[in-house]
Design a binder for this molecule. Structure first.
Ligand SMILES: Nc1nc2c(ncn2[C@@H]2O[C@H](COP(=O)(O)OP(=O)(O)O)[C@@H](O)[C@H]2O)c(=O)[nH]1
Ligand SMILES: [Mg+2]
Length: 253
């Protein structure tokens, strides 16, 4: 994907990038080094034992410590610590390129979308087969359930900070990204996705590369799907993303 032209980039300090981090020492230099100028990194250290927090701070990132384990606990702590108008979420494992956030933020800033997801285009070896198949099945289910033409529940995502806080996200484990998607849809957000590169991660996987992580993710996603199914508006068919009611346009706080 092409990088955003510098004159399209949001001005400095408009974007906080939340990076949940559990023992990602090997990936931190690459991830932080790829942040576009003016984007602030918030590394949420979830009890790393490899010195990730100190390394991130030495590389200029703001480090937030979240003692409660879990992807959602870390992601949400980062959201609460953020202060910029736009908040992005990005894995801290070197698999995603934060430079590709720029066009995603531009879609929200320009008022074309309220939540933008990066749909992963994997390089060879980036995505374990079971995780890819599970994600395909989940995406199909979400399309049927919501009518949103989503093809990947990707971890690289962008929205306005105040709007995200208004979703009242409760999951603190692996259901957090799905809860965000379902509650955003419930609230009439326009959800769209753009293709992003997906490279093999650096360091060891915490979620889909482990049996425990995969089982936890399946349980948490199932819980969110059950809760979400009961509160969703009636699905609309067709390729168009949902349009919010006029008073929710832009979902600006
Ligand atoms: N803080 C925190 N981060 C986590 C936890 N589990 C995973 N992560 C981070 O969440 C991101 C995604 O995890 P990862 O292991 O890459 O998952 P995978 O891509 O499914 O293998 C990485 O940046 C991890 O460091 C956790 O329990 N706490
Ligand atoms: Mg990963």
């Amino acid at each position: 994907m092409e990088k955003q032209q510098s004159d399209d980039r949001p001005p400095a300090a408009l974007v906080d990038v939340v990076l949940p981090c559990l023992n990602e020492r090997s990936a931190l230099p690459k991830v932080l080094g790829a942040l576009p100028p003016g984007y602030r990194a918030i590394v949420v250290d979830n009890g790393s034992t490899d010195g990730s927090g100190a390394l991130a701070a030495s590389l200029g990132a703001r480090v937030v410590n979240e003692p409660r384990r879990g992807f959602g606990a870390a992601a949400h702590a980062g959201l609460l610590a953020a202060s910029a108008e736009f908040v992005a979420f990005c894995d801290c494992d070197g698999s995603l390129d934060p430079a590709q956030l720029a066009p995603m933020i531009e879609l929200v800033r320009a008022g074309h979308a309220d939540l933008v997801l990066g749909a992963r285009r994997p390089a060879r070896g980036a995505w374990p087969l079971h995780a890819r198949l599970a994600n395909l099945a989940l995406s199909r289910r979400l399309r049927r359930l919501t009518g949103v033409p989503v093809t990947d529940l990707g971890p690289l995502r962008v929205a306005r900070r105040g709007a995200l806080l208004g979703l009242d996200l409760r999951d603190r484990r692996s259901g957090y990204p799905l809860e965000m998607f379902l509650k955003a849809h419930r609230d009439g957000w326009r959800i769209t996705e753009v293709p992003v590169d997906y490279a093999p991660r650096l360091g060891k996987s915490k979620v889909t590369g482990t049996i425990r992580g995969t089982v936890t993710a399946l349980i948490d996603m199932g819980t969110q799907l059950a809760a979400g199914s009961s509160r969703l508006p009636v699905a609309k068919s067709g390729p168009e993303a949902e349009r919010p009611p006029a008073d929710a346009q832009g979902a600006t706080p």
